[in-house]
Design a protein around this ligand. Structure first.
Ligand code: IPE
Ligand code: IPE
Ligand code: MG
Length: 235
């Protein structure tokens, strides 16, 4: 039996379908999805997962109707307001990845405040991917290396996978061991393109608002049953 994954990443998908199947507006699905986040965070604390990265809003999600986008931003603000004290108390440290300068000012300010308030916590690193695009993150890393090469600070040959990874938003985190995607879609949707190279993938048909602690534990069981070979022979 393998170990508990150190880093679990989640593509929280299916909120819209969950709501539509109940005749509710899509935002009701996003609201219900917040409860699944709480359950997932608790499951990580209970099982000793150290990093939980949640795909909360992709760069492509800006193309959704304004009503939905605004509702999601309000939900983010509400989540940060409601969870701030609990995160401080429970030893959860908040991080973000993505282009947060594209978020509304109030969300950015709140994010910064909660990140500062939880900066000394170490029990669980909760990473929110907001206005995140794996391709944009890679392009930003390339631009930063190109600028250094142009100024002479580095030579092209100095660029190694480690140096490249150090320019990504995730430079201070291990790569995910396990990726969970809900709602049955078999795709990555521009999430952590560099970091997922050797991540084990668990897809469940459950829609995100229906995702329970037991579903998280089942994903961990599935992970433990895998043989991670990194290109080598099974041993
Ligand atoms: C995931 O649920 C949440 C976000 C993308 C913000 P969706 O809103 O994508 O739900 P479906 O896929 O339409 O059911
Ligand atoms: C991925 O879900 C993004 C988030 C969960 C935030 P989407 O619903 O946006 O992805 P696609 O459209 O199914 O690829
Ligand atoms: Mg979706």
């Amino acid at each position: 039996m393998g170990d508990t994954p150190k880093h679990v990443a989640v593509i929280m998908d299916g909120n819209g379908r969950w709501a539509q199947s109940r005749g509710l507006p899509r935002l009701a699905g996003h609201e219900a999805g917040s409860k699944s986040i709480e359950r997932c965070v608790q499951a990580c604390i209970d099982t000793g997962v150290e990093y939980l990265t949640l795909y909360a809003f992709s760069s492509e999600n800006w193309k959704r109707p304004a009503l939905e986008v605004n509702g999601l931003m309000l939900l983010l603000e509400k989540f940060l307001n409601q969870k701030r004290d609990e995160m401080v108390r429970e030893g959860i440290r908040l991080h973000h990845i993505g282009r947060i300068d594209e978020l509304p000012t109030v969300c950015r300010r709140k994010l910064r405040e909660v990140m500062e308030a939880t900066a000394s916590n170490t029990r669980l690193h909760l990473v929110l991917a907001l206005s995140y695009s794996g391709r944009a993150e890679i392009v930003d890393a390339v631009k930063s290396l190109a600028a250094d090469a142009e100024s002479g600070a580095i030579q092209p040959d100095d660029i190694t996978p480690d140096l490249f990874a150090s320019r990504l938003n995730t430079s201070d985190m291990p790569d995910p061991d396990l990726l969970i995607r809900t709602s049955g879609e078999m795709r990555i949707s521009n999430f952590l393109l560099w970091q997922l190279s050797y991540t084990e993938i668990h897809v469940t048909k459950k829609l995100w608002p229906d995702f329970q602690k037991d579903d998280f534990l089942a994903a961990l069981e599935d992970y433990r049953s895998r043989s991670r070979r990194y290109g080598c022979v099974a041993g």
